[in-house]
Design a protein. Structure first.
Length: 320
């Protein structure tokens, strides 16, 4: 096959790698993704772009519902010149009892990268174990790396830096909380997570993040009091109290999370310059009020747009 000599990403340190969780990246590699995304975003707005993956294909397998992830990957892959195969029904990927090994080894004969949203992180890891092509986690029960890359890009756009800022995450210690802790560890951003008792983020991940944070200087703390978390913070963030797959627990969670809503009163404890973020979909009136979602500090739609730019950059680098 003729070598694609026009690929500007050839030879980058992420070429051929996976992104199963953010700690798969070093601080320098996370910086490379964010800088690539910012550059591609600015150039796209000026009508400048490259299509380095002309003729290639990416499988996007969605075993949970999705709006943002599905559409942002589809558009990003198209802008790179590649074809996206979205598999979101029950009949096209891992649904007929075929082993993960067989499905992966067949799929990689057709496509050049696999993007997967599923329940267990171990499934993503197993796909990556068999695949010789890049595998990207598009959300599991444990992590959502693509979302947090987009969020880091958004914070830099609005606040000009990451290092030395403080993010306060208020709510469920879920996949988003776990991944923000990783994002902090990689970038020098302090992350405070406030949850009710029994809903703390994963302890093993926290320990790994704290080890990683030793090199970047970020402080990562888990606490109980939302006001303590938010006081003086630069970024206030929350997520649904009932993640996909937990729907039967909704009523209990509504009770358990009382006092953890991000509303104007809670926002008043943050810095005057603080921004509000939410990965969406939001449950307005539960974890956050309309007033905060629609207020002047909210950057939720920029954050959603940046899914496209962050993932396009990530694929640009991994697929090289
Ligand atoms: N934030 C996010 O991942 O949205 P979707 O579930 O709509 O993909
Ligand atoms: N914590 C949420 C994130 C959705 C993007 C979930 O897993 O459903």
């Amino acid at each position: 096959m003729a070598e694609n000599t026009t690929n500007p990403y050839a030879g980058n340190p992420l070429a051929g790698r996976d992104c199963l969780r953010l700690l798969d990246l070093s601080p320098e590699e996370a910086r490379l993704v964010l800088d690539t995304a910012a550059k591609q975003k600015a150039e796209w707005k000026d009508g400048i772009y490259v299509r380095p993956y002309d003729g290639k294909a990416v499988a996007v397998i969605l075993e949970k519902p999705s709006m943002r992830t599905r559409n942002s990957f589809d558009v990003g892959i198209t802008r790179l010149g590649a074809h996206s195969i979205i598999m979101s029904d029950d009949h096209s990927a891992f649904s007929r009892g075929e082993t993960v090994k067989d499905t992966t080894l067949v799929l990689e004969r057709f496509v050049d990268a696999i993007v997967i949203r599923t329940f267990a992180q171990s499934k993503v890891e197993e796909i990556a174990k068999w695949a010789s092509i890049p595998v990207v986690n598009a959300l599991t029960d444990d992590y959502h790396p693509c979302q947090v890359l987009a969020d880091l890009l958004t914070i830099e756009e609005h606040l000009g830096k990451l290092s030395d800022l403080t993010m306060a995450y208020v709510g469920d210690g879920n996949n988003m909380a776990n991944t923000y802790l990783e994002g902090g560890a990689l970038t020098g951003m302090n992350v405070r997570v406030a949850t009710p008792e029994g809903y703390e983020p994963d302890a093993k991940n926290l320990e790994e993040c704290q080890k990683g944070a030793a090199t970047t200087g970020s402080e990562l703390t888990v606490m109980r009091d939302p006001i303590e978390a938010v006081t003086g913070a630069d970024i206030i963030v929350t997520d649904t109290w009932t993640s996909m797959g937990e729907e039967e627990e909704h009523d209990r969670r509504l009770r358990d999370f009382q006092g953890f809503q991000v509303n104007s009163e809670l926002m008043s404890h943050a810095k005057d310059s603080a921004i509000f973020m939410h990965c969406l979909p939001a449950h307005r009136g539960e974890e956050v009020t309309d007033e905060v979602m629609d207020g002047s500090r909210s950057v939720i739609y920029d954050e959603a747009e940046n899914r496209l730019h962050a993932q396009k950059a990530l694929l640009s680098l991994l697929m090289a």
